[in-house]
Design a protein around this ligand. Structure first.
Ligand SMILES: Nc1nc2c(c(=O)[nH]1)N[C@H]1C(S)=C(S)[C@@H](COP(=O)(O)OP(=O)(O)OC[C@H]3O[C@@H](n4cnc5c(=O)[nH]c(N)nc54)[C@H](O)[C@@H]3O)O[C@H]1N2
Ligand SMILES: Nc1nc2c(c(=O)[nH]1)N[C@H]1C(S)=C(S)[C@@H](COP(=O)(O)OP(=O)(O)OC[C@H]3O[C@@H](n4cnc5c(=O)[nH]c(N)nc54)[C@H](O)[C@@H]3O)O[C@H]1N2
Ligand SMILES: [Mo]
Length: 763
């Protein structure tokens, strides 16, 4: 038996290997609270549904790019040799390039696995950039609306991704922390590209011991986590209205900081006309907000007073902007914090995502090893969540962040490291769009819903089947990812696959730079080691790093307070906004003339919500949040996620009152539905969720009763058969996944068996 060190997005660990099999995992000894997710590794790596050989869909093998694309997900696959698969694919790439140009390629990724060299996204981009480019993507699913609005109003992404005011400072200075969208502890298990020590809960313990009080504003009580928060069970997607109610109280009771607003912000007067109702006759009072949010007016008023009475930190989780008009709560929160006048003071102001991605931990922010990906010669792009619209409407115009853009005409779609049938909203709409391209290619280790619907499926090695370095500037550990077992079946690394394709397409030397895996790791490590050296930190040489298995940087002392230097002197340290100030009114955005994103933050009714007419048909608001027992769709077949299922289906949380009204008992198989789709799930009846809201986490593998049929019942519980595919607004065009109404009923029929965890039919 041997022990091999490696790591993942959810932690570092050692695996025990016997006869080329991973038999056990042990968490990293320096991790105080390892994530349970690592326990799923052995079962997942050796699962029955690993893709063992290159596969081509039967119809595509017979007719290539002329095939009947309705056969995707329906027809059997044919196993072929690597040479055949690579020859076919190279010829197809060449055909599309010479017939339609590089703007006919859509190449997309996702979270893939940790590892700086074998990053699926990096390898994909590098390959296509060397090949002449591809239609790329801007923004992301995580904080797409924020990534457009935040730089416009604050001139930086620092409040979303950077060092938000850290826990030690909060413990020392903050009286009250108000959590819009909570701070769910389940999310702290994960950090993109790695986490050495899960210490968020320890920081929080210290913060609580220091006497900081919390208010959790969320439809789910547990989003407050272990901090013993007061729970305000808000109606989903109404945070903007609640903030307005709070601000109206501050303004009418003269609790706002006019000096701060005058010195550090522009446009408060314009906004105030909206707040008071001067412009539209509607005062955005606590009473007004109470009707929208279902949080009573007295509570809103007293919260406003409490926020003004001491040092208050406002947190808004990323989920809150993953909704129709998701730009607004982010803009409104900055405005609310500006009214309180504590931005830039220790423990005051705001930060986005304290609970979304281990925000609040002191970050190292050092350079780390990075695969260079080159630049993309094609300048056509889409905001990432608009992929379905792009495939369905080539040539159509759309607006984005002040630009008029056109959807390109895509002929070949290439996935590597992402799962479209996990991430994209409205799967039934996606299914229709999925028929449009001539060819769909995927590199995947497992027979996911996306792999089952591709034409050319290339089996790819997992991180346990290759060597790599795990590191990210947001964590203080770098870790060796040592190969534990040979690739399963005929799997190859993404790098080897691209190398073989590049050879056929004539640019192998440019793609590989003549380096093997080992040479790349040494090169990337050495480069980053030198960069880190410039920060007066000495790292061991590669050999020593590889042997020890990790590098640990100290916990950074005195991390900066967000916006402290701006506060100190806004003339010397202006924001990178047009005015140099916080833009409560943005001339730029106003100039775009959008009807769904004005020049100042405002309340817009979401397309679907508990206050809308549609509740007559679909009376429940669906929250499809991040899963506690896996990472997105990853590891859904593993033991941890499987143990979380209810009656073999993805659990749907429902309040006892809503369950009783429908005769639903705990453990029942239920059917969720709306106009867009329908799925089964296992009922978990709990008062942890407010009435009128149900929760079905993302990531259960899409498993339709009738594959290929649009609208077929998903037997398993993937919420994206129900969610709405609509851009947040013309500004960010981001995902509105959290804006969804549904109805639920007990499922009376015979419960169909799941089939998605077995390989598809192979001829
Ligand atoms: N309804 C709803 N939908 C959502 C969200 C929501 O809140 N609600 N959240 C959204 C968010 S925030 C995100 S980030 C996205 C996540 O969406 P994705 O990033 O697409 O989700 P993953 O399941 O992580 O997909 C990664 C895929 O890469 C594969 N993979 C792993 N390692 C490798 C590798 O080395 N090489 C290759 N080629 N493949 C590999 C995995 O098997 C998996 O299929 O989902 C979004 N979708
Ligand atoms: N275990 C685990 N952790 C993860 C991930 C995972 O897949 N698994 N994914 C990671 C990724 S990619 C990301 S982007 C982050 C995302 O981090 P978040 O976006 O913060 O995570 P979510 O779990 O989607 O949402 C958090 C909570 O917000 C609440 N919420 C939803 N809508 C509303 C609303 O309109 N108003 C209010 N007030 N509350 C609302 C829900 O109750 C939900 O539980 O998490 C990361 N962490
Ligand atoms: Mo995300």
């Amino acid at each position: 038996m041997s022990k091999v060190k490696t790591g993942s997005h959810w932690g570092m660990y050692t695996v025990d290997v016997e006869d080329s099999k991973v038999v056990d995992v042990e968490p990293f000894h320096k991790d105080p609270h390892p994530s349970q997710l690592i326990e799923a590794i052995p079962s997942a790596v050796h699962a029955e549904n690993r893709i063992m050989r290159p596969m081509v869909r039967k119809g595509w093998l017979n007719r290539g790019c002329e095939s009947d694309t309705a056969g995707r997900g329906v027809e059997p696959f044919i196993a072929v040799s690597w040479d055949t698969a690579l020859d076919l694919l190279a010829a197809e790439l060449q055909r599309v390039k010479s017939t339609h140009g590089n703007q006919a390629f859509y190449a997309s990724s996702g979270w893939g696995s940790a590892g700086c060299f074998h990053t699926a996204e990096g390898q994909l981009k590098r390959f296509f950039n060397c090949f002449g480019g591809f239609v790329g993507q801007v923004t992301n699913y995580s904080f797409g609306a924020a990534s457009v609005i935040v730089p416009r109003i604050l001139g930086t992404m620092e409040p979303v991704l950077g060092q938000i005011t850290s826990w030690p400072t909060i413990g020392q200075h903050t009286d009250l922390m108000v959590l819009f969208g909570g701070m769910s502890p389940k999310n702290a298990q994960v950090n993109k590209d790695g986490i050495g020590a899960h210490d968020s809960s320890d920081w929080l313990e210290q913060v609580c011991a220091a006497g900081v009080k919390f208010v959790c504003i969320s439809p789910l009580r547990g989003d407050g986590g272990a901090v013993n928060a007061d729970w305000l069970p808000i109606r989903p997607n109404t945070d903007t209205a609640l903030m307005l109610g709070l601000m109206h109280t501050l303004a009418t009771e003269d609790l706002h900081d006019t000096a701060f607003l005058a010195r550090y912000c522009v446009g408060f007067e314009r906004f105030q006309d909206y707040l008071t109702g001067n412009v539209d006759g509607v005062a955005k009072s606590a009473d007004w907000a109470a009707q929208i949010t279902e949080i009573d007016a007295a509570t809103i008023r007293s919260l406003a007073r409490r926020m003004a009475a001491g040092r208050t930190m406002i947190s808004v989780s990323w989920s809150v902007q993953r909704a129709d008009h998701g730009e607004q709560p982010y803009w409104m929160a900055a405005t609310l914090a500006a009214m309180l006048g504590q931005i830039g003071l220790p423990g005051g102001g705001f930060g986005y995502g304290y609970g979304s991605s281990n925000g609040g931990r002191p970050k190292m922010r050092l350079p780390s090893p990075r695969l260079p990906t080159g630049s993309n010669p094609v300048n056509a792009f889409i905001p990432v969540a608009r992929v379905t619209d792009m495939l369905m409407n080539p040539g159509a115009h759309f607006e984005f962040n002040g630009q008029e853009l056109t959807y390109p005409d895509i002929h070949l779609v290439y996935w590597c490291g992402g799962n479209a049938f996990h991430k994209q909203q409205d799967i039934n709409k996606l299914l229709q769009a999925w028929r449009k391209p001539d060819t769909i290619v995927i590199h995947e280790p497992w027979w996911t819903a996306a792999a089952r619907r591709a034409d050319i499926v290339l089996p790819c090695a997992t991180s346990l089947e290759r060597n790599d370095i795990g590191a990210t500037s947001s964590d203080r550990f770098w870790f060796a990812m040592q190969q534990a077992i040979p690739p399963i079946g005929e799997a190859r690394t993404d790098y080897d696959i691209y190398t073989a394709l590049a050879e056929r397409l004539g640019f192998q030397e440019v793609f590989t730079e003549g380096r093997t895996e080992d040479a790349w790791l040494r090169h990337l490590y050495e480069e980053a080691r030198q960069q880190v050296g410039e920060h007066n930190l000495e790292l061991p040489g590669f050999e020593q790093f590889w042997e020890i298995g990790h590098v640990e940087f100290p916990v950074p002392e005195d991390p900066p307070v967000l916006f402290a230097s701006f506060r100190e002197d806004p003339d010397t340290n202006p924001l990178m906004t047009p005015s140099g100030r916080i833009e409560i009114f943005s001339e730029t955005i106003d100039g775009f003339g959008y009807d769904d994103c004005l020049g100042h933050p405002a309340w817009f009714e979401p397309a679907e919500w508990l206050g809308s007419e549609r509740t007559k048909q679909y009376p429940l608001h669906l929250i499809s949040n991040q899963p506690r027992a896996r990472l997105h769709s990853q590891l859904d077949g593993g033991v941890v996620s499987q143990a979380s299922k209810v009656s073999g289906r993805e659990p749907v949380w429902i309040n006892p009152q809503d369950a009783a009204a429908r005769g639903i008992l705990d453990g029942d198989v239920v059917r969720l539905y709306n106009d867009r789709g329908t799925c089964l799930a296992g009922a978990l009846v709990t008062d942890e969720i407010r009435h009128g809201v149900v929760q079905l986490a993302t990531g259960a593998w899409y498993d339709p009763l009738e594959p290929g049929a649009v609208g077929s019942l998903d037997k398993h519980g993937n919420p994206n058969v129900l969610t709405m595919d609509k851009g947040t607004s013309k500004l960010a065009q981001s995902t509105s996944a959290q804006t969804t109404l549904v109805e639920i009923e007990r499922y009376e029929g015979p419960v169909p068996e799941l089939t998605v965890f077995a390989p598809p039919e192979i001829d």
